[in-house]
Design a protein around this ligand. Structure first.
Ligand SMILES: C[S@@+](CC[C@H](N)C(=O)[O-])C[C@H]1O[C@@H](n2cnc3c(N)ncnc32)[C@H](O)[C@@H]1O
Length: 298
C-alpha cells in the first residue's frame, strides 16, 4: 500500500503544536527534521531541541483525505496562533522506503534502569535485562516518542508485580507488554483503531506473552473492568472526555498514569482527574507532561 506524507514548514516554537494537530487529524506517525541542515551543538542532555526552521511531517495512509487534513490543520493552527501556515506539501511514499527509513533510525533503547525496547533485527545489548522486542509498525508506540517514554520510565520505576492493568489507547501494545514483562498479572488493552488491536496481539505473541495474560478490546466491547493501574497515553481531549470512564475502571487505592499532554494542557487535566485521584507532581520531557494519581479510597 502507498503512503502519503504531509510536510509542514514551521519554527521551533510551533513544531510540537503541529505535531499534536497532525496526530489529531489522524496521522499514523509524525517526525521532525531540520529544514536547513543547521547543526545543533551540544544540546542539553535529555532534551531534543528543535531547529529554527523545522519540517514537521505527518504520515497518512494513501487513501486518507489529505485535502481535509490540510484544511483541518490550517484552521486549527490559525485558531491557536492567529497566523497562517507558511507551506504544506504532500509526497507519495512507497511502503518499502518507509520501512527502510524506520529500520535505519530504530535502535535498542533503554527506559529507566532495566527496561529495553529492541527491534527484532538487533540483539538486545543487555540479554538479562527486561527486553521487549518491538518493530516499528503502523500502530503508534515504538518507545521513541516522549509520551511513551514517560510511561515506560514510570513503569520501570514503580512496582507493578501482580497488578491488574488497563492500557487504554494501547497502540502497538508497548505499555501493556512492558507491564507484563515487569510482572503485572493481567492487562486489558483497549483501542478504537482495529489496526492497533492487531498490532498489540502480534507483538504480544512475538514476546511470548501467554494468550490469557492480555485481553484486547475496542472501547465499546470492553467488559466491566476494575484495575490496579490504568495507563492512558492518548491526547488531552480524549483524556478529558474519557475521564469518568477511565476513573471508573480504577479500584480505590489504584493508580493512573496519563500521558499525551502538552504542558499548557496539564493543569486542566490534573484538575479534572483530581475529582477521583490524589494527583502527584507531573514529570516532563520535551514539552510533554505525564500526570499520575492515586484513586481516593472513599
Ligand atoms: C499516542 S498513541 C499511544 C500508544 C501507546 N499506548 C504508547 O504509549 O505509545 C494513542 C492511541 O490511543 C488510541 N486512541 C485515541 N483515542 C482513543 C479513544 N477515544 N478510545 C480508545 N483509543 C483511543 C489511538 O488509536 C492510539 O493507538
Amino acid at each position: 500500500m502507498a503512503w502519503v506524507q504531509l510536510h509542514i514548514q514551521s519554527d521551533s516554537e510551533h513544531a510540537e503544536l503541529l505535531e499534536q494537530m497532525l496526530l489529531e487529524a489522524g496521522a499514523e506517525a509524525v517526525s521532525m527534521e531540520d529544514s536547513e541542515d543547521t547543526p545543533l551543538y551540544e544540546p542539553e542532555r535529555g532534551s531534543t531541541p528543535l531547529w529554527d526552521s523545522t519540517t514537521v511531517t505527518g504520515l497518512f495512509q494513501g487513501d486518507a483525505d489529505l485535502a481535509g487534513v490540510q484544511a483541518q490543520v490550517a484552521e486549527a493552527y490559525h485558531s491557536v496562533t492567529q497566523t497562517h501556515l507558511e507551506s504544506m506539501e504532500t509526497e507519495l511514499l512507497e511502503d518499502r522506503e518507509w520501512e527502510r527509513a524506520w529500520m535505519d533510525d530504530f535502535r535498542p533503547e533503554r527506559f529507566g534502569n532495566r527496561l529495553w525496547i529492541c527491534p527484532s533485527w538487533q540483539d538486545p545489548p543487555e540479554p538479562d535485562a527486561v527486553n521487549i522486542t518491538l518493530d516499528p509498525g503502523l500502530a503508534f508506540g515504538s518507545g521513541t516518542h516522549p509520551t511513551t517514554r514517560l510511561c515506560l520510565e514510570w513503569l520501570d520505576a514503580n512496582p507493578v508485580r501482580d497488578l491488574e492493568v488497563v492500557d487504554y489507547g494501547c497502540g502497538s501494545g508497548i505499555l501493556g507488554l512492558a507491564a507484563l514483562k515487569l510482572g503485572a498479572r493481567h492487562v486489558v488493552g483497549t483501542d478504537n483503531d482495529p489496526q492497533a488491536l492487531d498490532a498489540s496481539r502480534d507483538n504480544a505473541r512475538r514476546n511470548g506473552i501467554p494468550d490469557d495474560a492480555l485481553a484486547l478490546y475496542a472501547p465499546e466491547d470492553q467488559p466491566d473492568t476494575r484495575c490496579d493501574l490504568m495507563l492512558a497515553n492518548i491526547l488531552a481531549q480524549p483524556l478529558l472526555s474519557l475521564a469518568p470512564t477511565l476513573a471508573g475502571q480504577v479500584r480505590p487505592g489504584g493508580r493512573i498514569v496519563l500521558s499525551g499532554i502538552l504542558s499548557s494542557q496539564a493543569d486542566s487535566i490534573s484538575d479534572r482527574y483530581a475529582h477521583w485521584f490524589h494527583m502527584q507532581s507531573p514529570t516532563e520531557q520535551e514539552g510533554w507532561i505525564c500526570l499520575t494519581g492515586t484513586r481516593h479510597t472513599d
